[in-house]
Design a protein around this ligand. Structure first.
Ligand SMILES: Nc1c(/N=C/[C@@H](O)[C@H](O)[C@H](O)COP(=O)(O)O)[nH]c(=O)[nH]c1=O
Length: 358
């Protein structure tokens, strides 16, 4: 069969571990000999064996003279696991098909060079666009040293987040909200502004029928107004980090809550840039920004938003709180235009998924 078929399977295997591998990329591998699939594998968790190792272990001695399809260039460095290039070479693989090149400095073409030097034929670029789309967050994280930021908002058809009285529970239906919880599950961290904490007292946890990972909770709270009684403080479900300008009280404000840390950021620096830099240093590769509208606007304004999920309910509220309010200026520059990635109906609502052209 043609290489694309096997690479498509490798991409599906890679995608199956979404939300588990951070800060590593999603990688899938398929070993094929005489058109028979003799091994498959996916990288499941940072520090665990890479996809190629799983596939070659399954293939065993049949790997001699076989082909290996891998969605990302095999690693050439000893990270938490030995270099995949060594394992591939010693397994007697004849040809390696690669979808995307790894931008990670220690790899970036080195893996391919080593395989070729060992006499292995390497064919690159098979389903490259799909592979790069799958690991867009990883490539962004490596390239810019910042988390990949996805905004999520829910509104009525007339762009209202809530009614005049501020009631927003619930604008979208149960099916849409469950879809949101899947997005929480695959993100490393979730961020809201203190206004959302004060108004909705959210848990920001992942509550799916079959469980799911809780993203770390990030609260932007310049004047440290988060109440000690807030769910994100008291529920002990997952770590909560509060970023504030209030350096006087940062150290002591939540001493009684071991899962809560407060980090102060001086007024002078660009608050959001600094928050993203610190989150990257904590290994947070993907950030899910649930709002509210001022927070969304500040990310868009700063050109720091990479994607947007907008859930729209078939309702009209009339006067009420608007989406993306940006009192300072209009979003007119190029950086605020987007490309739709996917538009679909979910229950009674629609979900618009778009990428910012920053
Ligand atoms: N009002 C709505 C939302 N509202 C989103 C935020 O305002 C809520 O505070 C947050 O989702 C609550 O988080 P929780 O406590 O973990 O459930 N989000 C949605 O998708 N649809 C809505 O209709």
């Amino acid at each position: 069969m043609e290489p694309k078929i096997y690479m498509k399977l490798a991409l599906e295997l890679a995608r199956s571990a979404e939300g588990q591998t951070s800060p590593n990329p999603l990688v899938g591998a398929v070993c094929v000999r005489d058109n028979e699939i003799i091994g498959t594998g996916a990288h499941l968790k940072a520090g665990s064996p890479h996809a190629e190792v799983h596939a070659l272990m399954m293939a065993g001695s049949k790997s001699v003279g076989a082909d290996l399809y891998v969605t990302l260039e095999p690693c050439a460095h000893s990270g938490k696991t030995p270099p995949c290039t060594d394992i591939i070479i010693s397994s007697g693989i004849r040809r390696v098909f690669v979808a995307s090149i790894d931008p990670f400095p220690a790899v970036n073409g080195k893996g391919i060079k080593l395989l070729k030097a060992a006499g292995i034929e390497v064919i690159t670029g098979i389903l490259q666009a799909e592979a790069e789309q799958l690991n867009r967050a990883f490539f962004h994280f490596i390239h810019y040293g910042k988390p990949y930021v996805t905004l999520k908002a829910a509104a009525t058809l007339d762009g209202r987040l809530s009614t005049r009285t501020g009631d927003s529970k619930w604008i979208t239906s149960e099916a849409a909200r469950t879809d949101v919880h899947h997005l929480r599950h695959i993100h490393d961290a979730i961020l809201v502004g203190v206004q959302t904490v004060l108004h909705d007292n959210p848990f920001l946890t992942t509550r799916l029928p079959h469980g799911g990972k809780n993203p770390k909770r990030i609260i932007l709270d310049r004047h440290l107004r988060t109440p000690k009684t807030a769910n994100v403080i008291t529920d002990g479900a997952v770590e909560t980090i509060i970023f504030t300008h209030d350096s006087d009280n940062a150290e002591t404000a939540f001493l009684d809550f071991p899962l809560v840390t407060v980090e102060s950021i001086s007024n002078e620096v660009n608050f959001l840039e600094e928050v993203l830099g610190r989150l990257a240093k904590k290994g947070i590769m993907t950030l899910f920004v649930e709002g509210g509208s001022q927070i969304h606007s500040s990310f868009i304004d700063a050109g720091l938003a990479n994607e947007l999920y907008l859930y729209m309910a078939p309702k009209l509220i009339g006067n009420g709180k608007l989406l993306f309010i940006n009192k300072d200026r209009n979003f007119m520059s190029e950086s605020e235009s987007l490309n739709f990635i996917d538009v679909r109906q979910i229950g009674e609502d629609i979900r618009l998924h778009a990428r910012f052209l920053t």
